[in-house]
Write a protein that binds this ligand. Sequence first.
Ligand code: ADP
Length: 505
Amino acid sequence: MITRLPTLALTAILVPATILAALGYVTLRQWERSAELLFREQARDVAMMAAGKLDMVMREADKGLLSRLQSALTRPDLGPALDAWRARASLVRDVYLVDRTGRLLYPTVAKGEERSVATRILAHIPETLWDSGGQRELALGDQIVLACVVRSRDGAPALAALVRDVEAIRREILERALGGLEAPTIVAVMDHADRPVYSGGRLGQADRIATAPLPDVLPGWRVAVYQPPGASPRASMRRQVAVYTAALGLLLVVILVGIVATYRVMRRESEMARLKADFVANVSHDLKTPLSVIRMFGETLEMGRVTDDATRQEYYRVITRESERLSRLIDNVLDFSRIEGGRQRYDMVPTAVEPLVRETIEAFSYPMAQQGFKVEVDIAADLPEVVMDADAVGQALANLLDNAIKYSGEQRQIAVAARVEGEQLALSVADRGIGIPPEEQARIFEKFYRVGRSETQGRRGSGVGLALVRHVMEAHGGRVTVDSRPADGSRFTLWLPVRARGADA
Ligand code: ADP
C-alpha cells in the first residue's frame, strides 16, 4: 500500500491539476476573444468619436473663416481687405480668388507660379459648383484645398480657393480637439499618404486597431486608433497565463513536497513498526536462550547426576554467566525504556577508569575464553579519574564487548584500550569481525536498527545496544564513534570529557 501511495497520490493530483489547467486555459481564451472584440469595438467608437469631433470643429472654424471672407469681399478695396482677412486666417496658407472666366482676382499682383497654381485648382472645380454654390474639399497632391463659390462686390460669383495650412491645422485643431482625450489607446490623425500628422503617443511598435475617415473636412485623411505594445488583451492574457501557470506550478510543487514528506514519514513509521515487532521477537528469544541453559544445568545438578567437583564447578559458572547475561539484557531493555520515557538518571561521580574497564572485561572472560578469543588490554598508565556514571559507562562498554564477541568471525581477537587524547578519555573496543558497510555506520546507532538480516542472522540481538551507548555518551557530554571496514573488523570508541583533572588537584 505504502509503495503504491506516491503513484496514487500523483494520479490524484495530476489529473485534477491537468483538468484545472485545461479549463483555466479555455476560460482565458474565451475571455481573451471577448475582450479583444470589446477592445476593438471601443477603439472603433473612439475613432468615430474623434472623427466626429474633428469634423465639427473644422466645420465651425471654416464657417467663421468663410463668413469673414464674404464680408471682406464686400469692401471696395479688395486687395487690402483680403490681405487683412488673410492675416487673421491662420488655418489658411494661400488664398486664390478667380472669376468664372478664369481671371485671377486675388492675389492682385500674382507671380507666374501663383497663376499656375490657381489654374490647376480651377481645373479641378466641377462646373456644377458655380451653379449650385457651396463648398468642396479637394486633395491636390500634398495640398488640401477648400474651394467655395462666393459673391464678389458686384454680385458676380467668384471662386475662392483656400489652401489649408497643415501645420496650423495640427496645432490649432487636432492638438486642441484631441489633446485632452484620455484613453488606454493612442489616437492619431493620418494624412492622405498615411503619414501621421498628429499622434497622442509614440506609434513605434503600436498596432493600428481602428480607423475612421474625415471625408468632408479633410479628404484622404483619417483618424487612426493604435494600441500600445503590451496593452492588448492578448498580451494581458499572456501575462495572466504566465501568472496562473506559475501559481499552479508552485501549488503542484508544494503538494508534491507534501506527498514526498508524508510518504517518507509513513515509510519511517512502518519501518519503525516492523523494527519494534522484530525487537519484541529478538528480546524474547534472547531471554529464552540463557533461561533454558540455566534451567538445564540447574536440573542436572538437582538430580545429583554430576559426581565430580570440577564439572559441578563448571556448571555453576555456566549458570552464573548466563544469569549475568540475562541481567545485562534486562538492564539494557529497562534502561532503554527509561531513556525513551525520559526518566533515566545518571549518578555522576569521579571514577577510576582502569578498575572499571578490567571489571567489565572480567565479566566476559569466561565466554571469551570458551570461544577462544584472544583479548589484548592496553590501559595507559596514570589515567585520571573521570566524572561519570560508572554503571552506565560500564554497561556501554559491556555492550561494545558483547557486540565484538557476537560479530566476530574466524579471527577471534579483541583489543580493548583506554587512553587520554587531548581533553578526552578514549575507551575503544576493536574486533577483527564481520565489519559494517560504510552506508550503515550512521544507522546502527538508531534504536532497533540492525544491519541486514543476512549479516546478523543467527546472532542474538535486540538492536537497542548501540542506541543506549550513544545516549549514555551524549548524557556525559561525550560521543561514540565507529571505524569499520566490512570483513576487516570494527573499532568502537567511547569519548568522555576528562573533567576529573581539576577535581584531582
Ligand atoms: P544488536 O542487539 O543487534 O547487537 P546493537 O544496537 O548493539 O544491536 O547493534 C546494532 C547493529 O550494529 C547490530 O545488529 C550489528 O548489525 C551492528 N554491529 C554492532 N557492533 C558491531 C560489530 N562489532 N561488528 C559488526 N557489526 C556490529
